[in-house]
Design a protein around this ligand. Structure first.
Ligand code: 3PG
Length: 307
């Protein structure tokens, strides 16, 4: 019998697991569940005989891929697939997919949620500031960026975006101002919200010089990946500019140093929370299950991300 594994170090909401089960068992397959694992050995044991798997930010390294002898399809229930060794998948003829757009609203709501929380001093009773009238720059106008734009406009913010891969007309149709360079985005906006993927071109690309272009009181919001930040540059900037703050859904590796030195100028979620809503889990998890069934049954490779 075809076996489908859900391997989630950070589990889906139960309703999402039930939905995935319905799709998988409805296709006549068996569902195997590995949740909240803390040891890589557990993941390696679980993948050994499965035909397909659904993961979140779980690390599908070459070792995992090579241990999964029967694996044909791996779906990252979410957008960013930097956690999958795509080369290893391609070498083994495994189809790797993501589920673009399915959890985007959840991430976008967290962006604005963290901004309000931070603007109101963590609700500590002291006077904060409002978002209305402030400028927000959306760095990469994909599914999440677009939702951020909609919500930010609802707050009365002026919305700017930079994305060389999306047509200017498409962005402008959303009532968003397009800037022509990344430098212009950072020098224009009070807030910049990151939505770039983590890859060889973007890793460490958010550096001192770029962040230093932000106006006084600039705030960087990161719900993307910690790897895109040049952490040494960020630390130096926070040292040099007492007005600058960093809020992020992914604590940086230098979180302890930031916490020790820059009190009141940062906020990090205790665990990556952007896509952690029942709705996002249901959308992405069930989409992933359907993609697996359609791929195995019909050879449908929509949303394949490896060659
Ligand atoms: C994504 O790339 O879709 C998000 O970062 C969500 O990650 P998560 O599924 O680990 O919460």
């Amino acid at each position: 019998m075809t076996k489908v594994l859900i391997a989630t170090e950070k589990p889906f909401a139960p309703a999402a697991v039930n939905g995935i089960r319905e799709v998988v068992e409805g296709a006549g397959y068996e569902l195997v569940l590995l949740e909240s694992y803390t040891d890589k050995a557990d993941l390696l044991a679980a993948v050994a005989d499965v035909d397909a798997m659904i993961i979140r930010s779980d690390k599908a390294t070459r070792e995992v891929i090579e241990t999964a002898k029967n694996l044909k399809v791996i779906v990252r229930a979410g957008a960013g697939y930097d956690n999958i060794d795509l080369e290893a998948c391609t070498e083994k003829g495994i189809v790797a997919m993501n589920t673009p757009g399915q959890n985007s609203n959840a991430v976008a709501e967290l962006v604005l949620g963290m901004m309000v929380f931070f603007a109101r001093n963590g609700y500590n009773g002291k006077a904060g500031v409002e978002l209305r009238g402030k400028k927000i720059g959306i760095h990469a106008y994909g599914n999440v960026g677009r939702y951020v734009a909609t919500i930010a406009k609802g707050f009365g913010m002026e919305v700017y975006a930079f994305d060389p891969f999306v047509a200017r007309e498409k962005i402008e149709a959303d009532g968003v101002k397009v800037v022509t360079s990344v430098d212009e985005l950072y020098s224009t906006c009070n807030y910049v919200s990151l939505h770039i993927p983590a890859n060889d071109k973007t890793k460490n690309s958010i550096n001192y010089d770029l962040l230093n272009k932000m106006p006084k009181g600039g705030i960087l919001v990161n719900t993307a990946r910690k790897e895109v930040i040049d952490e040494q540059g960020l630390m130096k900037l926070m040292e040099d500019r007492k007005d600058f703050a960093y809020i992020s859904d992914i604590a940086p590796d230098c979180k302890d140093e930031i916490a020790a030195k820059f009190e009141g100028r940062f906020f990090f979620t205790p665990k990556k929370m952007g896509a952690q809503t029942a709705e996002a889990n249901i959308n992405a998890g069930i989409a992933g299950a359907n993609q697996i069934v359609n791929c195995i049954e019909k050879g449908d490779e929509t949303y394949r991300v490896n060659k």
